[in-house]
Design a protein around this ligand. Structure first.
Ligand code: NOJ
Ligand code: CA
Length: 578
């Protein structure tokens, strides 16, 4: 008798174990939810290592600093972290200029620190996604040193060169150069090299099969260490037409049309998939999704064997100093959702290290509305379909620093553009106002841990100033308050993790034209949730036509959430509908 009851129990345990092994191997066997994957269900927390936590007092965040905060990261309930580049770099662009892809940046620590970090994350069940910066390297990378040394160097074709006796190369626009000129003359070999970003970031020549093999080798090196994914920096620009045809005058106003998804980019990704991605249990995400929905699909459709997901900029680019239109915002997110409703997968984000702060750009960072609008935006990010990529500090409602002096800025691109604007006689007050709102340094000020000196980030002088509001906006303060932005973040992350409908459920936009409120449902396997969000600093109604009297409130950012669709300023409510 006993034995009989024991056996089914054992059977269930074995089944459970098998299903969990499935999970860790990238596949989740399950119910009627199609095509489950860990990277679809994950909440990814982005850490900007330079600004997260400084362990040795030199004013620069480091790996040991991150290790010291692993329990905090775990407490957020996130599944994976994405680390901005931590490879050796002269830091022209804070690590996006790599001089050795197999070593750790001195400022950040050692390979032993990295191994300890990876283990610390894995011990806590958290995955690690690494930035892979291979559209370009640093000009201090050994490959480039060799490449520039002679026209006959075996490394010459690792980069793009244009011999000067052919005349000046056809104009290419550089995003970061003082003169916006992407060709840099190098007298050593009387030739120009190409750099879409800064002069210290020469573009790698993906058309060279040897270069591609080098990169796959680097990817395997990290995958063998056990990392869980790659974020491919600027990869949509990697392939080029190496005959360098002339582009029409003014092309730089829409350079992405000429730079993104060129040549054999898809072929290179398929090769990368075959040689690396398919052989390891790693996820892949591309920065940039091309110029059209079709481009985006072609990157991520599983049958094509390229990447797992991409992130498009249409949404994050909407915020302007003059504000943004909510109907436009809804239109963008709804269009992308419907294009990927049946096939493919995207990420959801409104902030990262290349942007000013979430609450300052998309919400309202005034003392009255900062907390509530930060929670509302977080609710949006955690209730859409797609994998949320959430930027460190936004869970505290950190705000723009709004520096007023150019000396306070550190971002090379901003400083170069400042010089450029000055050289063309631009209105510099206007430029300073613009960067106070949108410069990415706003999102890079030190993480605010507590109210001690330098927000508890460093005992030295931070590489960039701490935001003046750190005494009130910091982890220690917010831990004490059950209604803080931080504790709300934890709740909404948990809600997403507990409700697969928020990951995979069908999205339906309601009350489309409403200029103030955003309303949508998510549906899966008979479960239906309704999300109401007020994007304005005034009371506004969501006219969904849904009777809310029977609805169950799952979470809201006010102590008495709306039960009739009339929303307080920046109110967010998630309901379960009967
Ligand atoms: C995109 C990265 O996110 C950004 O920080 C960097 O400056 C450029 N790519 C160049 O690598
Ligand atoms: Ca340090």
């Amino acid at each position: 008798m006993k034995r009989k009851t024991f056996l089914p129990g054992l059977f269930i345990v074995v089944l459970f174990l098998i299903s969990n092994i499935g999970f860790s191997q990238n596949q989740i066997k399950n119910d009627s939810t199609p095509d489950r994957k860990w990277w679809k269900e994950a909440v990814v927390y982005q850490i900007y290592p330079r600004s997260f936590k400084d362990n040795n007092g030199d004013g620069i965040g480091d790996l040991k600093g991150i290790i010291s905060k692993l329990d905090y990261i775990k407490s957020l309930g996130v599944d994976a972290i994405w680390l901005n580049p931590i490879y050796s770099s002269p830091n022209d662009d804070n690590g996006y200029d790599v001089s050795d892809y197999r070593d750790i940046m001195k400022d950040f620590g050692t390979m032993a620190d990295f191994d300890a970090l990876l283990k610390g994350l894995h011990d806590r069940g958290i995955k690690l996604v690494m930035d892979l910066v291979v559209n370009h390297s640093s000009d201090e990378h050994e490959w480039f040193k060799q490449s520039r040394s002679s026209r006959t160097s075996p490394y010459r074709d690792y980069y793009h060169w244009w011999n000067a006796e052919q005349g000046k190369p056809p104009y290419r626009y550089s995003l970061f150069d003082v003169n916006h000129d992407a060709w840099r003359y190098d007298s050593l070999t009387n030739a120009y090299y190409l750099h879409y970003f800064s002069r210290k970031q020469p573009d790698l020549n993906w058309e060279n099969p040897k270069l591609r093999q080098e990169i796959y080798g680097i990817m395997k090196f990290w995958a063998d260490k056990g990392i869980d994914g790659f974020r491919l920096d600027a990869f949509q620009f990697a392939a080029k037409d190496t005959t360098f045809p002339g582009f029409p005058k003014g092309f730089e106003k829409n350079f992405s049309q000429y730079y993104a998804m060129q040549g054999n980019l898809h072929g290179y990704l398929q090769q990368m998939y075959k040689e690396v991605l398919s052989r390891y249990n790693v996820m892949s995400v591309a920065e940039g999704a091309g110029n059209t929905l079709e481009d985006a699909h072609n990157l991520v459709d599983a049958n094509r064997h390229e990447l797992n997901m991409a992130y498009a900029f249409d949404g994050v680019d909407l915020a302007k100093p003059t504000g943004y239109s909510l109907p436009h915002f809804k239109e963008v997110f709804s269009r992308w959702d419907s294009a990927f409703a049946d096939k493919g997968w995207l990420s959801i984000f409104l902030a990262n290290h290349d942007q000013a702060r979430l609450v300052s750009r998309f919400g309202n960072d005034s003392p009255q509305f900062r907390e509530v609008s930060a929670k509302m935006l977080t609710t949006f990010l955690m209730t859409m379909r797609g994998t949320p990529f959430y930027y460190n500090g936004d869970e505290l409602g950190m705000t723009n620093a709004g520096f007023t002096k150019i000396e306070d800025y550190r971002d090379m691109a901003t400083l170069n553009e400042y010089k450029h604007q000055k050289s063309i006689g631009a209105d510099m007050d206007k430029y300073m106002q613009r960067i106070a709102f949108e410069c990415r340094d706003n999102g890079r000020t030190p993480f605010q841990w507590d109210s001690s000196a330098n927000a508890g980030f460093s005992t030295g002088t931070p590489w960039i100033q701490v935001n003046k509001n750190y005494k009130t906006i910091n982890v220690a303060e917010e831990e004490k308050d059950p209604n803080s932005v931080l504790n709300y973040f934890r709740k909404v992350v948990k809600l997403r993790k507990d409700n697969l409908v928020l990951v995979y459920g069908k999205y339906t936009l309601l009350d489309k034209q409403n200029p103030d409120t955003y309303a949508y449902t998510r549906e899966l396997n008979g479960k239906k949730l309704l999300v109401l969000l007020n994007f304005k600093a005034k009371v506004a109604a969501a006219n969904t036509g849904i009777d809310l009297s029977q609805a169950k409130i799952l979470l809201g950012n006010y102590s008495h959430p709306s039960n009739n669709g009339t929303l307080q300023p920046y109110e967010a409510v998630i309901y379960e509908l009967k």
